[in-house]
Design a protein around this ligand. Structure first.
Ligand code: SAM
Ligand code: DTB
Ligand code: SF4
Length: 330
């Protein structure tokens, strides 16, 4: 806590800490709702323009047929989800999609591939795409699976701004969901990304059957990384048929979601918190509550990678009614 503050008082900016304990996260989560929102709002206002939401766009540059066994994912070759696997897209098609995204108001373009890790010849292709997106004046992000240190360095040289690699869930729940890569593998990749000078986008998924304690454990894991991720995507599991995760009743209610967003905002006060997958299940009112709780980024476009996202016109209408500024064009 900052000096000069009485017991129970908080510096409105919130101190950037890396020594969070789960019971402290739980205590925040359990605050009376109004107190929790006030504290999250104070941190949000002290660190960001509270009326601005970042708009990112996502493109699956290589879909399906993934060798990994992630129990929530439509793209895993372990499950027959009916998805048609594709090869890596051509650079010209990626650039054309990025141009449309920029015209629609996206400021960041994120390229995702269903790989365990990129092969070096695939990385050459992706580096070309990254450089082309940068030339268009957008921020470039990629999510390609696990990276070695030299691969991360090559992406940085190509101009990559952000790398998305999620911890996905708490250390305790992790093995129930993912069996082909360890949490430590992910932490190693995050370290390579950091060392290469690329900004980190790292979060996870809720609504897979985990407890509130797991959701908080995931936030503690993120907040206790050597540096806070610059972006923290919070995904609500987007339903996919024929995968092991199958309990839509596990989706948190709106108040639980808003509480979690607020705790993320307080624990990682300078990070952009992205309301990622699962907005299609949320009412406008719940999204507004999440923006009040400190969420300040979304994905725009009517598909994410393989699942649905709200229509751009709906997002533009919501931002308009809330007086939120963004690049989004209606
Ligand atoms: N294959 C790469 C990897 O997993 O590292 C990159 C792409 S992967 C689709 C990126 C992230 O999307 C996953 O780590 C997971 O957090 C999220 N995700 C995947 N399927 C999802 C779903 N059905 N609902 C919500 N989030 C999902
Ligand atoms: C992240 O955390 N969420 C995005 C992005 N990183 C790559 C992916 C969401 C995927 C939702 C499931 C799908 O559309 O297949
Ligand atoms: Fe593959 Fe990524 Fe899906 Fe896991 S989350 S199955 S690594 S595409």
């Amino acid at each position: 806590m900052a000096d000069g503050l009485a017991e129970g008082q908080h510096d409105s900016r919130e101190v950037v800490r890396h020594d969070w304990r789960r019971k402290e996260a739980q205590a925040l989560y359990d605050l009376p709702f109004s107190d929790l929102m006030f504290r999250a709002q104070s941190a949000h206002r002290a660190n960001f323009d509270p009326n601005h939401v970042e708009t990112a766009s996502l493109l699956s540059i290589k879909t399906g047929g993934c060798p990994e066994d992630c129990g929530y994912c439509s793209q895993s070759a372990h499950y027959d989800t009916g998805l048609k696997a594709t090869k890596l897209m051509a650079q010209a098609d990626v650039v054309a999609t990025a141009q449309r995204a920029r015209d629609a108001g996206a400021t960041r373009f994120c390229m995702a591939a269903a790989w365990r890790n990129p092969k070096d010849r695939d990385l050459d292709e992706v580096c070309g795409m990254v450089s082309a997106v940068k030339e268009m004046g957008m921020e470039a992000c990629a999510t390609l699976g696990m990276l070695t240190a030299p691969q991360a360095a090559r992406l940085r040289e190509a101009g990559l701004d952000f790398y998305n690699h999620n911890v996905d869930t708490s250390p305790e729940f992790y093995d129930q969901i993912i069996t082909t890569r360890t949490l430590q593998d992910r932490i190693d990749t995050l370290a390579h990304v950091r060392e290469a000078g690329i900004k980190v986008c790292c979060g996870g998924i809720i609504g897979m059957g985990e407890e509130v304690d797991d959701r908080l454990g995931m936030l503690v894991l993120l907040a206790n990384l050597p540096s806070h991720p610059e972006s923290v995507p919070i995904n609500l599991w987007n339903e996919v048929k024929s995968v092991p995760v199958n309990d839509t009743a596990a989706r948190p209610d709106g108040i639980a979601l808003a509480r979690l967003v607020a705790v993320a905002r307080i624990m990682m006060p300078r990070s952009v918190v992205r309301l990622s997958a699962g907005r299609q299940y949320m009412t406008d009112e719940l999204q507004a509550l999440c923006f009040l709780a400190g969420a300040n980024s979304i994905f725009i476009g009517d598909v994410l990678l393989t699942t649905k996202n709200p229509q751009r016109s709906r997002d533009a209408n919501l931002f308009d009614r809330l007086g939120i500024t963004s690049g989004l064009k209606s």
